[in-house]
Design a protein around this ligand. Structure first.
Ligand code: CAA
Ligand code: NAP
Length: 240
């Protein structure tokens, strides 16, 4: 029986590459997204993967969305918490809205998603949870106190849940990408982006597919002895 995988923010950027890689590896994949219907429709047409629209910052919407996926595809074996946003500003210019939006979407979403699948995984004795952090959660980044806090918090969440799930066949791991060529990075001001690329020893932005390969390995049955780990994939920009 094919395992069922849910990828949040699975229709664009890194999430799109993860959804496709998991499908290619034989999973039944459900891709969640927030509001970009046009991108989701294009993704569905090109990949044949079903899409589910809800806001991962809402506990109730996660509960309802995950129940719909289980009704259509079966019990969920794999969750990839990939959905995330930035609202960059230096702290002395940051609004409460910018802080809350990032914490809710990039960190509280992990509680919202995991809380709604963890009991089923425990009952069935199997689960794979892969959470997408960032180099900027590991090293800190000016202009991102909100994002760095959320992405570092995600690592602590994963280490704690890894301990709770270990005896039940559930692994919880983190992939921490460096700067990857997606629309999120395209939003960085051009002169700043040029400076960032100059800091990457490999000399280029990463590709979404390079993150997807790491996630697919951690989601596999073969990775059962890896839990609570953070895999950095950042072109040598920072050694955590
Ligand atoms: N790396 C190196 N230098 C940076 C930098 C970065 N990431 N971000 C800003 N700087 C530098 C600027 O080049 C500028 O240098 P100079 O004074 O020498 O010109 C200085 O910091 C101040 O920057 P701004 O003039 O742009 O100041 P601002 O107040 O208008 O904006 C900012 C500040 C919000 C931090 C803005 O510069 C910015 O958006 N920077 C990008 C921050 C960043 O790296 N975000 C990552 C987004 S992608 C992502 O988050 C994905 C991921 O996980 C990796
Ligand atoms: P992206 O291109 O901006 O795509 C983001 C995806 O997340 C979209 O599918 C979006 O849905 C979805 N999303 C956003 N908010 C959501 C919400 N509240 N509920 C449900 N879905 C939501 O981003 P990306 O660059 O691929 O980044 C993916 C993840 O990797 C993020 O967690 C990001 O922080 C992390 N990351 C990225 C980089 C990088 O360099 N790109 C580096 C390190 C870590 P819509 O299409 O509907 O908007």
């Amino acid at each position: 029986m094919a395992r069922v995988a849910v990828v949040t923010g699975g229709t664009r950027g890194i999430g799109c590459a993860i959804s496709v890689a998991l499908k290619d590896a034989g999973y039944k994949v459900a891709a969640n997204y927030a509001g970009n219907d046009e991108a989701a429709a294009k993704f569905k047409e090109e990949t044949g993967i079903d899409v589910y629209k809800w806001n991962v910052a809402s506990f109730a919407e996660c509960k309802e969305g995950l129940a719909a996926i289980e009704a259509e595809l079966g019990p969920i074996d794999v969750v990839v918490n990939n959905a995330g946003i930035t609202r960059d500003a230096v702290l002395h210019k940051m609004s409460p809205e910018q802080w809350n939006a990032v914490i809710d979407t990039d960190l509280t979403s992990l509680f919202n998603m995991c809380r709604n699948v963890i009991e089923g995984m425990r009952e069935r004795g199997f689960g794979r949870i892969v959470n997408i952090s960032s180099i900027n959660g590991q090293k800190g980044q000016m202009g991102q106190t909100n994002y760095s806090a959320a992405k570092a918090g995600l690592i602590g969440f994963s280490k704690a849940l890894a301990q709770e799930g270990a005896s039940k066949g559930i692994t919880v791991n983190v992939v921490a990408p460096g700067y990857i060529n997606t629309e999120m990075v395209a939003a960085v001001p051009e002169p700043v982006l040029a400076k960032i690329i100059g800091q990457i020893p490999v000399g280029r932005l990463g590709k979404a597919e390079e993150i997807a390969r790491a996630v697919t390995f951690l989601a596999s049955d073969d990775a059962g002895f890896i839990t609570g780990a953070t895999m950095t994939v950042n072109g040598g920009q920072y050694y955590a």
